[in-house]
Design a protein around this ligand. Structure first.
Ligand code: ATP
Ligand code: MG
Length: 455
């Protein structure tokens, strides 16, 4: 499973921080525990001393009166139980609870130790005091023990706020860091959108302004890639131009030579027939080469850097070129132009689009038919319609008509590339092509819609 960058960064921050919180919690627990022990031991010793103060010789015997203040010192809301025991040097009990354990060794210094009494854990101090009386010295040991309730409470009061503070800090980091990352990762998301929104052939470099410096190497790498693409595209375009020149010239020359040879009135009919066949083949090759190059040009054309093109003028120029072909077949070639039908585009490619459509209409319409080219404005669009009253294309075949090398059921010569070129060029200009039928379900109406030029 791959975690998102945000989750990884969060883990990198949270895990060490959580470890830090655990370690500091343990350390602060330890220190709070020592503090609570010191405070409690001081109280125990102070209580033992107070009891010790009130032990006296009375008529040659040791007498111990435990003052209430000595035990009141422990009063707290935690209901701790306090035990004491006073023993003389001969371990004789002078007062208190006989079950309270004595220290394992004797010492002139107070001894603190842990013990149990009636099933309770108790902290105990043993304090030995020397009592002097008419030359006699008797050490008396005062032992005071106390259950752990108030110590535990003090430990919690010392330790818990610290621990809670650190937990709160951890929670704040866990909440704020993803928020901060979301905000800070926005430039990355924007960069991603910029890259995905780019058109396939857009070759302008990407802008790095306003991006954090960590992202600049990525933009540089993308720009390097774009620069290579630019060189590659330029080379490809150059290749197409060269190929067009290299192929067209000899083919046209060959065609002219064959035409000339045919015109030379060969007596030999077979040679004339062979020459005629060769002429048709070269004509087909020329057409195919021209169409393939046009298709390659349309596919490789940059989608921007267009100029303002008068669509009506393009149609008029094409009609002028094809009027002879129409005339030969007795086809009535007409045109209807509205004012200001301008588009933003590549004039050569638009010329090829119109030429392919009118050529189709003339080629596939029966002798004496009608072909009309219309240029109109519709809302924000420029619309070109080529209408004929020929056989048309059956509705079920229309979707296939745009496929490369699709020829339909026709005996008329052609390469099957014209309509794919038309669609490619229309799309390059942000437009669409639709096929329909004319009046009485007859003929073909090709409608090309493109965004009109906006000044
Ligand atoms: N105006 C039309 N009337 C009837 N059929 C058409 C018309 N235009 C195209 N077609 C049909 O659609 C097919 C594809 O047309 P397209 O222009 O793509 O190729 P082509 O005309 O065969 O060859 P090319 O245009 O490359 O010389 C044609 O072969 C023809 O069957
Ligand atoms: Mg065609």
């Amino acid at each position: 499973m791959t975690l998102s960058l945000r989750a990884r960064l969060l883990l990198w921050l949270i895990l060490p921080l959580a470890a830090f919180v655990v370690v500091t919690a343990l350390l602060s627990y330890d220190s709070a525990s020592s503090t609570a022990t010191v405070v409690q031991d001081a109280l125990l010793l102070s209580s033992a001393r107070t009891i010790g103060e009130d032990i006296d010789w009375v008529e040659g015997r040791l007498n111990a009166d435990v003052p209430p203040a000595a035990l009141e010192i422990f009063e707290s809301p935690y209901q701790d139980q306090v035990f004491y025991k006073i023993v003389s040097a001969g371990k004789q009990l002078l007062g208190g609870n006989p079950d309270l354990a004595l220290p394992s060794q004797e010492s002139a210094q107070p001894i603190f130790y842990d013990s149990t009494l009636d099933g309770h854990n108790v902290r105990v101090v043993a304090y030995t005091r020397q009592l002097y009386d008419s030359g006699k010295v008797e050490p008396v040991t005062v032992v005071v023990g106390k259950t752990q309730g108030s110590r535990r409470a003090m430990l919690e009061q010392l330790w818990r706020p610290h621990f809670l503070r650190e937990c709160l800090m951890l929670a704040l980091v866990a909440a704020l860091v993803p928020l901060g990352l979301t905000v800070e990762l926005r430039p990355l998301m924007k960069l991603k959108n910029d890259v995905t929104d780019r058109e396939p052939m857009q070759i302008e470099p990407m802008r790095a302004e306003g991006l954090p410096w960590e992202l600049r190497p990525i933009v540089d790498a993308i720009n390097q890639c774009i620069a290579q693409l630019k060189v590659h595209t330029a080379r490809q375009r150059q290749f197409i131009a060269d190929a067009a020149h290299q192929l067209r010239t000899p083919l046209t020359l060959l065609d002219t030579q064959i035409q000339y040879a045919t015109l030379c009135k060969h007596r030999d009919l077979e040679v004339a027939a062979a020459l005629d066949g060769m002429r048709r083949s070269t004509q087909k090759m020329t057409d195919m080469t021209n169409q393939l190059l046009l298709l390659a040009q349309a596919e490789a054309a940059p989608s921007r850097a267009h100029t303002r093109v008068d669509l009506s003028a393009v149609v008029a120029a094409v009609l002028e070129e094809l009027v002879l072909a129409a005339h030969r077949r007795g086809i009535d070639l007409g045109a209807e132009f509205a004012d200001d039908v301008h588009v933003e585009g590549n004039a050569n490619l638009l010329h090829a689009l119109v030429a392919n459509l009118i050529d189709n209409a003339i080629r596939y319409t029966q002798d004496g038919g009608h072909v009309t080219a219309r240029c109109t404005r519709q809302d924000d669009g420029a619309v070109l319609q080529v209408v004929d009253n020929g056989p048309g294309i059956p509705a079920e075949a229309r979707a296939h008509a745009f496929e490369r090398f699709y020829r339909g059921a026709t005996q008329v010569a052609g390469t099957g590339l014209g309509l794919s070129i038309v669609r490619e060029i229309a799309q390059l200009h942000g437009g669409t092509v639709a096929l329909g039928h004319g009046e009485d379900n007859k003929g073909l109406v090709v409608t090309v819609r493109m965004p009109a030029w906006r000044s």
